[in-house]
Design a protein around this ligand. Structure first.
Ligand SMILES: [Zn+2]
Ligand SMILES: [Zn+2]
Ligand SMILES: [Zn+2]
Length: 474
């Protein structure tokens, strides 16, 4: 049966509304997990079965569970939900704007805590083609310099079409090994930056506040918290964007206010200081000792619009390398894939980065993990992370949403925290049963988006983003 016939068959079935409900509960996921089985909510004291559920009563006898993939290129609806949740978590950490009844540890008073938006870049490993503001030339020719390989170090193009942007001007000059090893060390570099914050706060306390505080005093009084994401640049390097908030030391589970002298200027100076001081020794496969440090392009600025800052961070949390670098694979690949990538227009510069990962992995047992990270140019960290006390966790957020929905629908034994849920499930398949089902689910998702868009026009203002793009709220 062709997809059109399958779609017809699905839509005209009597249980179509029930199937629509299943798709909606799976968040219109494009590749849901299909499971079969049942569960019972059991009273922990008496063993009484409070409620039972069996998927046999559902269309096709199975349940659909969202794939939950954060990557926009894999599942747009799941990715959009992830982005919306992350936005909520980040904004909550900046203005404490939780709805009533949410199990939050951040009170509304956090909006008065000092907070900054920081962008930490990768260093330069060689000259690359670039786009400059005001249509300036890429690297204007002053004396037409060439490198030791005889390649031009100048370029008068404006690169308005974006082609070549990020590519090394000389592949022989560019430090591909350093680039890949820096990516491999970046999670540790970030960790050290965060760990170094109390020390930096102590160092900056004298110059900024007029009174020097020791590291001991700082750790007794202050707690920096952060949320961060990574962003790909055209040269195949990662950027870090982070929101850093300064809390006072609290005994309980609530973010306390810092003392008045610990303001935004001190936090900004300390974040800058911590970033400039952090360094990690990189692996030295060729015997050359190198350290990973942040690039000189360091930006730390006050947060004037928490919602826009959160939106900016959330946006990057769902992007993979392929969203910035067209034709770049989403999963690890081997040398055989390279011809196909070249045919898809992937630049020689990016292929060199992949090749460097694979070569290092092959030659040095200590770096064999780089082969699995070839699609991330050696990076093995998270795309988004945060301090535990920044705001709430993704899990807590989904739990809160679930119990809120249950409360709205007049009590649901499944959300009753007193009951123990015992289940017996079996995997039936990945993705929809037929291509036609997948098409219908896509139609339902687009319908839902239209409904949401219509609603949004009335109650959400368009927020101007930090990078100049405009995007409507979720
Ligand atoms: Zn999904
Ligand atoms: Zn150029
Ligand atoms: Zn050169």
């Amino acid at each position: 049966m062709g997809a059109a016939a399958q779609m017809m068959e699905r839509r005209l079935r009597e249980d179509f509304p029930a199937w629509e409900g299943l798709v909606e509960r799976a968040g219109w996921c494009v590749r849901p997990v299909r499971v079969m089985g049942g569960a019972a909510a059991v009273h922990p004291g008496t063993g009484e079965v409070l409620a039972a559920y069996d998927s046999q009563g559902e269309p096709d006898g199975s349940l659909l569970i969202a794939c939950g993939d954060r990557r926009a290129g894999v599942c747009p609806p799941c990715s959009a939900r992830y982005r919306a949740n992350l936005w909520r978590i980040i904004v909550m950490g900046l203005d404490g704007s939780a709805g009533a009844g949410w199990p939050v540890r951040v009170p509304g008073s956090v909006s008065a805590h000092p907070a900054v938006f920081a962008t930490l870049t990768a260093p330069s490993w060689g000259r690359v083609h670039r786009v400059r503001s005001q249509d300036g030339a890429c690297h204007p020719s002053r004396g037409r310099p060439v490198c030791e390989h005889g390649t031009a170090r100048w370029c008068n193009l404006v690169h308005a079409d974006g082609r070549q942007v990020g590519d090394a001007m000389c592949v022989s000059c560019y430090g591909y090994t350093d680039h890949v090893l820096w990516h491999a060390s970046m999670p540790e570099l970030w960790r050290r930056t965060v760990v170094g914050l109390p020390r930096a706060l102590a160092r900056q306390s004298g110059p900024v506040t007029g009174t020097h505080r020791t590291v001991k005093e700082i750790t007794a009084l202050l707690r920096p918290r952060f949320a961060r994401v990574v962003e790909w640049q055209r040269r195949g390097a990662l950027h870090v964007h982070a929101v850093v908030r300064l809390d006072g030391r609290s005994d309980g589970d609530v973010a306390a206010a810092p003392p008045a002298w610990a303001g935004r200027d001190l936090l900004a100076a300390a974040v800058r200081d911590a970033a400039l001081s952090a360094s990690v020794s990189m692996p030295a496969p060729d015997g050359v000792a190198r350290s990973a440090v942040w690039g000189s392009q360091l930006d730390v600025s006050p947060i004037t619009n928490p919602s826009a800052a959160a939106r900016y961070l959330a946006k990057y949390s769902t992007k993979v390398a392929g969203d910035t670098l067209p034709g770049w694979p989403m999963r690890a690949f081997g040398p055989l894939e390279m011809d196909r990538m070249r045919a898809r227009g992937v630049s020689w510069h990016l292929l060199m980065l992949a090749g460097t990962c694979l070569r290092l992995a092959r030659r040095y047992p200590d770096l064999s993990h780089l082969a699995e990270r070839v699609h991330q140019m050696g990076y093995g960290g998270h795309y988004a992370s945060k301090s535990p006390m920044y705001s709430m966790t993704m899990l807590a957020l989904s739990e809160a949403r679930r119990s809120w929905r249950a409360r709205r629908s007049n009590g649901d034994v499944w959300a009753d925290l007193g009951a123990v849920v015992v289940g017996d499930w079996r995997l039936v398949g990945l993705g929809y049963r037929t291509a036609g089902d997948a098409e219908v689910a896509g139609q339902l998702y687009r319908q839902e988006q239209q409904v949401r868009a219509a609603r949004r026009v009335h109650d959400v203002a368009v927020v101007r983003l930090v990078d100049g793009e405009e995007e409507a709220g979720w």
